[in-house]
Structure formats: C-alpha cells, structure tokens
Design a protein around this ligand. Structure first.
Ligand code: ADP
Ligand code: MG
Length: 264
C-alpha cells in the first residue's frame, strides 16, 4: 500500500499463566491475539471492535510497541520494527502515541497540566528553550480546545472530558503519525463522548494522523472508522471496509454485535 504508515502481519500474543513451581516449565498459556493482520494508511482510521477480553488492547499495544508479539511482525512505514536500528526504533515509538480510557489514571497527579505537556517536549528536545516549550504547550492546548487558564491545574482539578483533551494534547505534542485510541470515550458521559470524537476527527483532518481506534461500542467504531476489524476471543472474525463490514456483515458474531447496539 502506497501510503501505509503501520501494519501488522500474523501477530500472535501468548501469555504464560502457569509455570511449574520447581522447574519453571510453562504449564499453561493463553493466546490473547491469534494471527491478526492489518494495514493502515496515513490519515485513516482502523476501528477494532469486540467484546471485553477479545484481544483489542493487546493488538493496539503490540502495534505501538508497548508489548512484543510472540510471533509475527509490526511494520512502521514499511520497515519491520524488529529489524530497526535504535534510532529508527526511537522514531517509530515517538510516531505512535496512545490515548487510554482513563485519562486521570494515565497522568501523574503531582504535575500540573503545563508540566505534563512540557515533559515529552523536553525529553525529546523538540524546543530550544523554555519560552519555546511554553509556546508549543499553548498551541496544543488551543488545538484541543482547552482554556489556557487550565495550564496551572492538576489532573484531579479538571473534568473527565477536559482531562481526556489534555491526554490527547499530550499524545499530539510530539507530532505522531499514528495514535492508538484505546476506548477513549468509554469512561466519559454520553454528552461529552461526541465532543471528544469530533475533536479527534477534526485533529485527524488537520494533522493527517492515522488512528487505531479501539472500542467495544460498534456505534462509536462505525462513526470513526474507514476500515474495521472485528475480534472475538483473540481471533479476527471479520475485517474490511467499514461500510462493507457494517452494512453487509458476513459473520454471525458481527451481526450480533450490530443487533445489540440497537437494543442498548
Ligand atoms: P480487550 O482489550 O479486548 O478487552 P485484552 O487485549 O485486554 O482484551 O485481553 C485479551 C485477553 O488476554 C484476555 O483474556 C485477557 O485476560 C488476557 N490478558 C491480557 N493481558 C494479560 C496478561 N498480562 N497476562 C495474562 N493474560 C492477559
Ligand atoms: Mg481493552
């Protein structure tokens, strides 16, 4: 694919859940992801949907390098991440950022929003001095629709929606090409969910970011995605163009997910 930023080929993840107490030999393993493959182009969204425990988060974490696959490979801009030099690997990790379900839990409560956003800028030496750090922090706060006055607040002092905006700002401040959004609106009030989804869409259009968008909610995935991967018990049961999967689902499991969305 011409514009591909990230892809995975036949990834499988096994967790050891039981070892022999003396020999250390593996007695029981569980496969969280079995043979998943996908490809994502710049500026597009791949939705991963499935019930809790189906392997969505594990797949997203492997795509962004937070976890290693037991088998299979992840490619960033066509390059196998397992064969990268340390500089290339650092570039890949910087370019694939994450947003999680619980923004407050993912932020250090002892730092102000300003310091939380300044940290990646300073660590990666993106700005030349403190003044430039502050300019970048202000710029990204404006992009995510947060009042500059919130800079001096701590995560516990702002709302869940504001905190998720700050988490989005933190992910975007290093200019990533891919963001893995793992249930980014599942913990938010329904009235706030649409605002965050629309913000993610606006930022994608402005910055040409690709999203791996994970949710158990097929309605939300439908709203966000260009292509969809449906997972069940670690297996990919169906994948393809979003309209194709949702309007003409081939698998019984996908049909059930769609039906249950209407009942809720
Ligand atoms: P989802 O995000 O779809 O809810 P996960 O990727 O978190 O699913 O988990 C997939 C499966 O892998 C689940 O059965 C889960 O219990 C198991 N699992 C996840 N992480 C671990 C781990 N660190 N050790 C053992 N099993 C795990
Ligand atoms: Mg999960």
């Amino acid at each position: 694919m011409e514009n591909e930023v990230i892809s995975a080929k036949n990834i499988r993840k096994e967790y050891v859940i039981k070892k022999h107490f003396l020999t250390g030999r593996v007695k029981e393993k569980v496969a969280a992801v079995k043979n998943a493959s996908f490809s994502l182009e710049a500026g597009k969204t791949l939705g991963i949907v499935g019930e809790s425990g189906s392997g969505k988060s594990t797949t997203g974490e492997i795509a962004g390098g937070l976890q290693k696959a037991t088998y299979g490979n992840v490619y960033y801009c066509g390059k196998n991440t397992a064969e990268m030099s340390s500089d290339e690997y650092r570039e890949y990790r910087r370019n694939v950022q994450f947003i999680f379900q619980d923004p407050k839990g993912s932020m250090d409560p002892n730092y102000s929003i300003r310091d939380i956003l300044a940290m990646p800028i300073e660590t990666l030496k993106i700005a030349k001095d403190k003044k430039e750090v502050d300019l970048l922090v202000d710029d990204i706060l404006q992009k995510v629709g947060l009042d500059l006055k919130l800079k001096n607040k701590y995560p516990s002092e702002i709302s869940g929606g504001q905190c998720q905006r700050a988490a989005i700002a933190r992910a975007l401040v290093v200019n990533p090409r891919v963001v893995v959004c793992d249930e980014p609106v599942s913990a938010l009030d329904v009235s706030i969910q649409a605002q965050i989804l629309n913000l993610l869409k606006k930022l994608q259009a402005e910055l040409n970011i690709a999203y791996i968008f994970i949710s158990h909610d097929i309605g939300v995935v439908n709203y966000m995605s260009d292509s969809i991967m449906v997972m069940q018990s670690g297996s990919v049961v169906e994948q393809g163009d979003a309209k194709q999967v949702l309007v003409h689902p081939q698998e019984e499991y996908t049909k059930r997910l769609i039906e249950s969305a209407f009942i809720n």
